[in-house]
Design a protein around this ligand. Structure first.
Ligand code: PHE
Ligand code: ZN
Ligand code: ZN
Length: 485
């Protein structure tokens, strides 16, 4: 009540309509442009954790939020290992330039040696023939993490590893932050399925293929921060939390992934400061999502039990402006993917279903598979939800009918790539999902009516893994319809 008198006396109580009206394409685009500018001000043109573009993002968010004089703002420091820079200096196959992708956390190395085919999918030590020793292991993508393959190649004495795709085209990926219990990584690069299977065929047909791989990476212990902003006003015992991640991958500036979520929740935080609220709201800007949900995991792990119990729900926004978008809602009730969230998650999903219905838009479900920062919240029993417009998955025919766009093309063709800049955003989608955030924040900061009480007996959910890998994610993120309009 004190808070109400102090901060609320001149401000109207927030409403969904008013808060939505405060979210404009112009402001969303300006925020996204600011993040791109931070990345492009430096040679690396990235916002990966530890990079100057990422640090500038963090300090900017802190300044923007502090200027509102409505939040208690803090930086939450944590440490991790990060690949600050990395490049393939040379990749030659039989003396000819070849194209490959650098796998994140690859070791440095410079070797010229024959390619040796690894059996099966290279997920077991026994898949690696003695002949890989001193040579370059040629491994198919699939079934286990890239990091396991690279470490097993290293254990078998390989000087480098090439992982080829198990679907058409090339790919980007991460080995996962070291150390890995199985051993040290070797220099590791990715190639397309066409190229990789071509090598395998030649070698099994009796040909010798010699490659030169010269890779240089800089992997360092890194200090980074979550930015946390909690309303000074509102009931702290019935709090709404929401979040987005501030970091990109090394390959690019990460403007859809997840500049869109970052700017989306920031714009809502700015708009909310004009109003009075009944329930407190915490905005979390997580670092190190791309290295395995590091920031959100750190936050939840260091949240005292009583504060954890005060959070009635958590909303996550990771990629909300994909160019070949779908309007997806996390499957909180498990109806589409059989992985449901704690009680309350179904209500959050229903909230967003109503939102898209009212906006006259189709929507679909996306699996609650722990692939983004809601994972650690689910693990401790906090009801969660949020929206998502798509990453590397190809648009289906059904989705093209429901949402427009192009079937057979990735929902975000610039996912984890250099081209994920402001030109990669669908601004109409950005606005629609920005307003969805506003609607949810206005609604839950006003009342939790009709929402289940928190069950604070912590249920560990075995289906959610705190650490993710690109490989595991690829297999666990299948979306399925029915479309629900
Ligand atoms: N978390 C993934 C990334 O940042 C993207 C993603 C978001 C995938 C939400 C699925 C659901 O790369
Ligand atoms: Zn990402
Ligand atoms: Zn992301």
């Amino acid at each position: 009540m004190l808070a109400r008198r102090q901060y609320g006396s001149q401000k109207p109580l927030v409403t969904s309509e008013a808060l939505q009206a405060d979210i404009t394409q112009e402001n969303l685009l300006a925020g996204a442009q600011q993040l791109e500018d931070f990345a492009y001000a430096y040679e690396g043109r990235t916002r990966i954790i530890g990079s100057p573009g990422h640090n500038d993002t963090i300090y900017w968010l802190k300044d923007e939020l502090e200027a509102l004089d409505y939040y208690d703002v803090s930086l939450q420091n944590f440490f991790t290992v990060a690949m600050i820079s990395g490049q393939i200096n040379t990749f030659l196959v039989n003396g000819v330039n070849a194209s490959g992708g650098l796998l994140e956390y690859s070791a440095s190395g410079n070797v010229t040696a024959p390619l040796v085919v690894v059996a099966n999918l290279g997920c077991n030590a026994t898949d690696y023939p003695a002949a890989v020793s001193g040579n370059i292991a040629l491994i198919s993508r699939g079934s286990c993490e890239f990091g396991l393959k690279s470490a097993l190649a290293g254990n078998a004495g390989a000087a480098a590893a090439i992982i080829y795709n198990n679907a058409p085209g090339g790919f980007n990926g991460t080995l996962g932050a070291p150390p890995r219990p199985e051993g040290d990584y070797v220099a590791s690069i990715s190639v397309s399925q066409e190229v990789g299977t071509g090598y395998v065929e030649s070698i099994t047909g009796g040909a010798n293929i010699t490659a030169t791989i010269d890779v240089l990476t800089d992997i360092q212990n890194t200090s980074t921060y979550n930015v946390l902003a909690t309303t000074k006003g509102g009931d702290q015992n019935n709090k709404l939390a929401l979040g987005a991640h501030t970091d990109s991958v090394l390959a690019g500036p990460g403007i859809n992934d997840d500049g869109s979520g970052t700017v989306g929740i920031l714009e809502v935080a700015k708009a909310l400061s004009k109003y009075e609220i009944n329930n407190a709201v915490t905005f979390g800007f997580w670092a190190g999502e791309e290295e395995g949900l590091l920031g959100s995991t750190y936050y939840v792990a260091n949240l005292p039990a009583n504060e954890s119990a005060q959070i009635r729900g958590y909303l996550n926004f990771d990629m909300i402006a994909s160019p070949n978008y779908v309007h997806a809602i996390y499957d909180g009730d498990g109806s589409a993917f059989n992985i449901s969230g704690p009680p309350g998650s179904a209500e959050i999903e229903a909230f967003f279903e109503n939102y898209f219905t009212s906006a006259g838009q189709n929507f679909t479900a996306t699996a609650f598979d722990g692939r983004s920062d809601y994972g650690p919240f689910l693990e401790v029993g906090i009801p969660s939800g949020g929206t998502f417009t798509g990453a590397e998955e190809l648009k289906t025919e059904e989705e093209a009918v429901a949402f427009g766009g192009e079937a057979g093309i990735a929902l975000d063709p610039c996912y984890h790539s250099a081209c994920d800049n402001v030109t990669n955003l669908d601004l109409g989608t950005f606005e629609l999902h920005g307003k969805a955030i506003a609607a949810a924040v206005a609604t839950y900061s006003t009342s939790w009516e009709g929402f289940p009480a928190r069950n604070t007996t912590v249920l560990r959910r075995s289906v959610v893994k705190a650490r993710k890998t690109h490989q595991a994610r690829h297999h666990r993120s299948r979306r399925s319809l029915p479309l629900l309009k």
